[in-house]
Design a protein around this ligand. Structure first.
Ligand SMILES: NC(=O)c1ccc[n+]([C@@H]2O[C@H](COP(=O)([O-])OP(=O)(O)OC[C@H]3O[C@@H](n4cnc5c(N)ncnc54)[C@H](O)[C@@H]3O)[C@@H](O)[C@H]2O)c1
Length: 285
């Protein structure tokens, strides 16, 4: 069901790689809600070919960019404004990558060159995007910018590695820039902290299936899907959230407020069963 929530609005969606991507679902949902969009991803992602199908179906031009390049980002904003004949109303930053995770470097054995890449791609690119947009005055008064993050920014999760540092920084940038952009141009800046989701980036996280199972058992509403995340993005891009800014908004079925659930406890007990003696005492040795 659609509600025309974004009728007449124009936006830029960064980070749609394939039909599993959260940004892909957001792009589809925004257009279904009446928006016009442009799409952006790296030249390498474009060579994988799937984005063309989305671009044609949604009538959304693709503007290639490495989000770590200020020059590339300047082109994305300038060409989008030119395409629409005016400033954009919303921007989605749905970008993340850690060479340390990719190359199997653990958090106590980081390659610092890779760490800089992780931070540049996954966090500083958000600052670059906001700075470029503000300098070009490319986002209209009352516009809305959203980046996707994960609860590992606040709490430690096995295997999330240096992406946790990147997400902490990303959320901090939303606050720091949100203050200035709000005061000067009335633009909102928020992050959505999404449940684990089976996408290309998501599947790169160690033990992703177990993490999803655990999060699902902990969350009273279960894990939030990519489609549900797209709905939440639409809400944040819409005029119904005009005074929401500088927030990290959990979209995780309640996971972030839980300590322990019956379902998770039950699973935990089952896992220990093979290690219990006849009296139920756990043997750790
Ligand atoms: N999947 C999850 O479990 C999950 C949970 C919470 C938050 N997130 C966040 O959601 C966002 C989107 O990820 P996804 O899960 O849809 O996976 P995805 O792999 O579909 O998307 C990641 C995107 O980042 C792009 N990218 C990588 N390097 C880039 C660069 N230098 N310049 C521009 N783009 C670049 C990729 O091409 C890809 O399109 C990420 O920020 C991710 O951390 C994902």
């Amino acid at each position: 069901m659609t509600h025309n929530l974004l009728k007449g609005k124009r936006g830029i969606i960064f980070g749609a790689l394939n039909s599993e991507s959260i940004a892909w679902k957001v792009a589809e949902r925004c257009v279904a809600e009446g928006a016009q969009i442009t799409l952006s991803n790296t030249p390498m992602a474009l060579r994988m070919g799937e984005l063309n199908e989305l671009s044609e179906r949604l009538n959304a031009p693709i503007i290639p960019a490495d989000a770590t390049s200020v020059e590339d980002l300047e082109r994305v904003f300038a060409e989008s404004v030119q395409h629409f004949g005016g400033p954009v109303d919303f921007v989605l930053h749905s970008i993340g990558m850690s060479p340390n995770v990719r190359k199997g470097r653990t958090y106590d054995d980081l390659d610092y060159g890779y760490l800089q890449k992780t931070l540049d791609i996954s966090a500083i690119s958000f600052h670059k995007m906001l700075q470029v947009a503000k300098k070009q005055d490319a986002i209209a008064e009352g516009g809305s910018v959203v980046a996707l993050t994960y609860v590992a920014a606040q709490r430690t999760f096995f295997g999330y590695n240096d992406m946790a540092d990147a997400k902490s920084m990303l959320e901090s940038i939303a606050r720091g820039f949100g203050y200035i952009y709000g005061r000067e141009k009335g633009v909102r800046v928020n992050t959505i902290s999404q449940s684990p989701t089976p996408t290309t980036a998501g599947k790169g996280i160690k033990e992703m299936e177990n993490l999803m199972d655990f999060a699902g058992k902990m969350s009273p509403l279960g894990n939030a899907s990519a489609d549900e995340c797209a709905d939440y993005c639409v809400m944040l891009f819409s005029d119904f959230t005009r005074k929401v800014t500088m927030q990290n908004l959990y979209h995780d079925g309640g996971f972030s407020s839980m300590g322990m659930s019956l379902r998770a406890m039950n699973q935990y007990a089952k896992d220990l069963a093979p290690y219990e003696d006849e009296e139920g005492k756990v043997i750790y040795g």
